[in-house]
Design a protein around this ligand. Structure first.
Ligand SMILES: *[C@@H]1O[C@H](CO)[C@@H](O)[C@H](O)[C@H]1NC(C)=O
Ligand SMILES: *[C@@H]1O[C@H](CO)[C@@H](O)[C@H](O)[C@H]1NC(C)=O
Ligand SMILES: *[C@@H]1O[C@H](CO)[C@@H](O)[C@H](O)[C@H]1NC(C)=O
Ligand SMILES: *[C@@H]1O[C@H](CO)[C@@H](O)[C@H](O)[C@H]1NC(C)=O
Ligand SMILES: *[C@@H]1O[C@H](CO)[C@@H](O)[C@H](O)[C@H]1NC(C)=O
Ligand SMILES: *[C@@H]1O[C@H](CO)[C@@H](O)[C@H](O)[C@H]1NC(C)=O
Length: 714
């Protein structure tokens, strides 16, 4: 508002001056015009001081942007007078070369813009208002402005100030200020984001990309020239720095600047260095060739990328082969690792929750191609050899790239390869203590800790007697390396020789690849094809002790020798190993003296004559109260149950029933009730179980459910 009032005042004022000037003089110069008004005495003083008056008097056909006195009060900048002068009086363009020249002799421009709501053809020069246009002297024209004209910002200042230009700025800042005069064709941030993937952009940001970024920059700049739309009303060709020619044409009526065929609606941004024209597309982005090595840099595996470029040049650039490259991220990178073990030809992505074994380009210790196991999980991550999984991936052409959180290496000896796998730590410990992990050219079937735990007292007996333990393990190690190969492959049925030389029949079932029949017993294979230097390891869901473990051994290994002493004292030792179930309570030395024959006899159960019910971790004899089972061991010599307290006599039982709390009573009642109902079923189960030579604890799940970490489920 203030501005318009200003404008009106000035107009009235100048109108009166103009009339006077016309009266007094026949041929007026620009300086005459300025002198005739009291509004320019500061300007005139400045022009005098800087010796500009003779220049203005001498030259004809100039335009002077003349700041009024007030402009000097407001402005503290040093005026640059040549920047206020144009060598033309025709304001028929938008951008004009001023008389102020850059160091290379090319003029710095100003921009005159027309405001929509005004009838004047031009209202602003740069960001300064023209408050009185076209004040004509005979030698030129004065455009009165309310402020001094400032030089435009440098290209770099403009690029850095707008988020729209941020990517171009980030990529080109090193070169933009290298040339005195440049015309920049600036693709917006959106254009970069839509043209390049984030991997490609990350690559550009790295210092490895210097050459490519320079190529890109050269593609978007014309150096030593200041090109504005009005210069290319007739189409004009420009040679870009790195060769290609671009045709610029300005459609003046429609105000569209064309780059070849690409239209730009935001152009003629005047900078101190020249011009910025904003582009809605990249010019020839295909000048940049991406390679697997460049992508790896973009993915953050720069050190691996350097190594592959140095040691396997062809692979670093080839995109045509169906190849997988597994690159450790920088913090996992080890200079010494075998680069060929990270490269696999004929790679394809395994299906979700599937795996396969394949050769890598590396040689194993016996000069064969070292194998690698690749698997995927539901999230799409690639698991390599259980050791490592991908944290990022990309494809370029036919090449698949994976960034691994941990480095990978050809399979190491079994013990060191598997020592860190918590799930099978017990098996590994037993192999290590028996020296059974070192036979070359072997296949191991191992079990997880859970399976050992399920053996209960049997495991304790085996741990107590390493010779027995060795005999068990030897049944599960075969001569020769026998892979499954992939999720789709089943085991080759046939007779296999164990390390101890026994021939064992292993069959694959038709309906489920994961079930193996070994010596007639079914096993669920939980994990297949774990590669180790000596061969391969498969994980089974259970372990069956292939011979009967004496009850005596279980009782000793479980730490309840006192019970044996009691049996000995009462002459009952020969009841052991007869197939009777033995219930072993904790006893003290004094118990051995005080407990009688019937006490000892009560704990040896003849299931043919007595009812013996097991429900979860409770047992009951002859319908007596439930007794808590702490541990058990199942053997064809007879089962052993370690209980928390002795089996009560009938009298004990009634007394205890009376004494227990209400809650305990109800619990017992529920158990007893259900116990009676299912008595027959349990008994039958138990008998059926006893008929099997080697019994399996009740907790074993019969479903083929695969769980655990993704690596382990495939
Ligand atoms: C203005 O331009 C003309 C030709 O276009 C030239 O002869 C003259 O020297 C120029 N004047 C100044 C002051 O640059
Ligand atoms: C602008 O004016 C100049 C000087 O009168 C003239 O040479 C030029 O052709 C004009 N340009 C246009 C686009 O009208
Ligand atoms: C610009 O270059 C193209 C070929 O790149 C050519 O066909 C055209 O004639 C040239 N135009 C001008 C104005 O030189
Ligand atoms: C990828 O491989 C196929 C053949 O399997 C080939 O036809 C195609 O050209 C390859 N792609 C690239 C980018 O090399
Ligand atoms: C590995 O064991 C298998 C089966 O015992 C045998 O046929 C093969 O020759 C052995 N290979 C090596 C390299 O020892
Ligand atoms: C494995 O050996 C058994 C005898 O020990 C034989 O009956 C069976 O046919 C053999 N199986 C194969 C596949 O050779």
């Amino acid at each position: 508002m203030v501005l318009w009032i200003n404008l009106i005042c000035f107009s009235l004022f100048f109108f009166s001056i103009q009339a006077q000037a016309a009266l007094h003089s026949r041929s007026t110069s620009i300086v005459d015009l300025l002198s005739s008004s009291p509004n320019f005495f500061r300007l005139i003083r400045h022009l005098q001081q800087e010796n500009f008056i003779p220049y203005l008097n001498r030259n004809k056909g100039l335009t002077l942007f003349a700041p009024v006195n007030e402009a000097f009060r407001r402005d503290t900048i040093d005026p640059v007078w040549p920047y206020h002068i144009l060598n033309t009086t025709d304001l028929n363009r938008t951008v004009f070369a001023t008389e102020f020249k850059a160091a290379d002799g090319r003029p710095i421009a100003l921009k005159v813009t027309h405001r929509e709501e005004s009838n004047n053809p031009y209202d602003l020069v740069n960001d300064v208002y023209i408050i009185k246009p076209n004040w004509r002297a005979d030698s030129g024209v004065v455009q009165v402005v309310d402020q001094l004209l400032r030089l435009p910002p440098t290209s770099l200042e403009i690029l850095s100030s707008e988020s729209e230009y941020s990517i171009f700025y980030r990529l080109s800042s090193a070169w933009v200020s290298e040339y005195e005069s440049t015309t920049l064709f600036v693709p917006t941030t959106d254009v970069f984001v839509n043209t390049f993937t984030s991997t490609q952009l990350s690559y550009f940001y790295s210092f490895y990309a210097t050459e490519d970024v320079k190529t890109l920059f050269n593609q978007h700049s014309v150096i030593h020239e200041r090109v504005y739309a009005d210069d290319v009303v007739e189409p004009k060709n420009f040679t870009l720095r790195n060769g290609p020619i671009i045709t610029l044409q300005y459609d003046k009526p429609k105000k569209i600047l064309y780059f070849n065929d690409t239209p730009s609606y935001n152009f003629d941004i005047v900078t101190r260095n020249g011009a910025i024209h904003v582009l809605p597309a990249l010019l020839n982005p295909e000048v940049i060739t991406f390679t697997p090595a460049k992508y790896l840099i973009g993915l953050g595996a720069t050190w691996f990328s350097e190594k592959i470029s140095k040691e396997r040049e062809y692979i670093a650039v080839d995109t045509s082969s169906h190849r997988g490259i597994f690159a450790p991220t920088n913090w996992a990178f080890r200079e010494s690792s075998d680069i060929d073990y990270h490269i696999m030809e004929n790679f394809y992505m395994p299906d979700v929750n599937k795996y396969y074994l394949s050769r890598t380009n590396a040689k194993s210790h016996d000069e064969h191609s070292a194998l690698i196991r690749v698997a995927t999980d539901t999230a799409g991550a690639l698991y390599v050899n259980f050791d490592s999984h991908s944290i990022d991936k990309e494809t370029i052409g036919n090449v698949s790239l994976f960034v691994l959180e941990k480095d990978i290496e050809p399979p190491r000896p079994l013990l060191s390869q598997l020592i860190l796998l918590d799930e099978i730590s017990m098996s590994i410990r037993y192999l290590a203590s028996l020296g059974l992990g070192e036979d070359p050219n072997s296949t191991w079937f191992l079990v997880e800790n859970d399976a050992w735990a399920e053996l209960g007292l049997l495991r304790k007996a085996l741990e107590h007697n390493l010779e027995m333990m060795q005999n068990v393990l030897l049944e599960y190690i075969f001569q020769g390396i026998h892979y499954f190969g992939s999720t789709e492959d089943s085991w080759t049925s046939g007779n296999y020789t164990t390390l101890s030389g026994r021939s064992i029949m292993v069959e694959s079932t038709n309906e489920n690849n994961d079930i193996l029949k070994i010596n007639g017993l079914s096993y669920n294979v939980k994990t297949r094809d774990m590669l180790v230097q000596e061969g391969v390891v498969h994980i089974l869901d259970r372990l069956v002790v292939p011979f009967a473990i004496p009850q005596r051994d279980m009782i000793i290994a479980g730490g309840r020798k006192e019970f044996l002493s009691l049996l000995e004292k009462q002459g009952l030792l020969d009841m052991l190993e007869q197939g009777f179930s033995v219930v072993v309570p904790p006893l003290s030395d004094s118990d051995i003296k005080s407990k009688d024959f019937s006490f000892a006899d009560r704990h040896i159960i003849d299931t043919g004559k007595q009812s013996f019910i097991i429900h979860d971790s409770l047992l009951s004899v002859d319908n007596g109260p439930w007794v808590h089972i702490e541990e058990s061991g199942f053997s064809s010599c007879g089962n052993v149950f370690f209980v928390r307290s002795p089996i009560p006599t009938k009298r004990d039982a009634s007394w205890r029933t009376f004494a227990i709390s209400l809650l305990g009573f109800l619990t017992a009642a529920v158990f007893t009730n259900s116990g009676y109902k299912s008595y027959k079923i349990y008994q039958q189960k138990l008998w059926a179980a006893e008929r099997e030579p080697l019994l399996v604890p009740a907790r074993r799940s019969s479903s083929i459910h695969r769980s655990g970490s993704p690596a382990h489920s495939v």
